[in-house]
Design a protein around this ligand. Structure first.
Ligand code: ATP
Ligand code: MG
Length: 289
């Protein structure tokens, strides 16, 4: 790229060598893309996928954002998606949960021999019938409701309110920190407690798969560590399968078993989380190294 071009795409007026513009990150990320073999994707999931995406093409309206995406993660594993803004990371989670238009490909969930095609299920069906929960981002709690009322909302798909309340009690048993604040309005919670409430609300339905979009966003560092500890316990203690998007690529890749780099709606790199952490190109573009 010419100096002229670099200057014109930079976000700032000064030296462009030190800061990489979003356009440059996109371009350079595209250049480092390598064809990701299906055997590699399967191998990372120990050839025993619990969630499997094959040749997914999906987007919003008529616009295709994701092109031929493959993804596999085993039961009890975690996978982190990283990549530039607008790459389609959230759109992958949206597609798994049923918020996008799917133009091609499939999404299946379940153990070998009991796999279920969930490609065209609605979000409610995903949650109730397929055990997939989507953890909504910040500001999704109902501020005027108490903590316990917020948790009951997590069970809105259950047959009776009693069932939802019992399920909420199981979550309170797990998180004393929330239980102590059950009668408080959600708006008085700290940022970290609010995130815990968002995660907990998704747990009311006892899902197998957690889709988590940017768990650390907007949190102070001490709460970021707390959230990753909670996710760690859900994965390793409770055997949940976790698919997350994390802007803090270092945190995300340190946490996850598997890392995918997504660029312009396509899979650019796939590897073990720690392999991606050591990849110099990934480091330069996404880890601030
Ligand atoms: N609801 C929507 N309707 C139309 N287009 C959308 C919608 N949500 C996202 N897009 C578009 O889809 C593309 C991918 O967006 P997506 O949110 O998946 O990116 P991302 O990788 O999660 O980015 P970020 O890091 O900024 O969160 C973008 O071009 C975006 O403008
Ligand atoms: Mg996003």
């Amino acid at each position: 790229m010419t100096d002229e071009k670099r200057r014109s795409t930079g976000y700032h007026m000064g030296a462009v060598d030190t800061v990489i513009s979003v356009d440059d990150v996109n371009e350079q990320a595209r250049q480092m893309a390598e064809p990701v073999e299906l055997s590699k994707i399967a191998g990372l999931a120990n050839n025993d996928p619990f969630v499997q995406i094959d040749g997914l093409r999906a987007g919003y309206g008529k616009m295709e954002i994701l092109h031929d995406i493959n993804l596999q993660v085993a039961k009890g594993q975690s996978l982190c998606l990283i990549g530039p803004n607008g790459a389609g990371k959230s759109t992958i989670l949206h597609s798994i949960f049923g918020f996008t238009n799917i133009f091609g490909g499939s999404i299946t969930v379940g153990d070998a021999g009991m796999r279920k095609d969930v490609t065209n299920l609605s979000p409610n069906q995903k949650l109730k019938e397929a055990g997939i929960a989507y953890i909504l981002q910040d500001k999704s709690v109902f501020p005027g409701m108490t903590v316990e009322e917020n948790l009951w909302m997590g069970g809105y798909l259950m047959e009776t309110q009693e069932e939802a309340k019992q399920a909420a009690e199981r979550v309170f048993d797990k998180y004393d920190r929330l239980a102590q604040r059950r009668k408080h309005q959600a708006k008085v919670l700290s940022g970290g407690e609010r995130r815990l409430l968002e995660i907990s609300r998704a747990l009311v339905m006892n899902p197998d798969v957690l889709l988590v979009d940017e768990p650390s966003i907007g949190l102070e560092p001490r709460f970021i560590d707390m959230v990753f500890e909670i996710l760690d316990d859900l994965q390793h203690g409770d055997g949940k399968t976790i698919i997350m998007v994390e802007q803090n690529a270092k945190k995300g890749l340190e946490f996850a078993d598997i890392g995918y780099v997504l660029v312009s709606g396509e899979l650019a790199i796939a590897g073990k989380g720690d392999e991606l952490l050591e990849n110099p190109e990934v480091g330069r573009l996404f880890l601030g190294g």
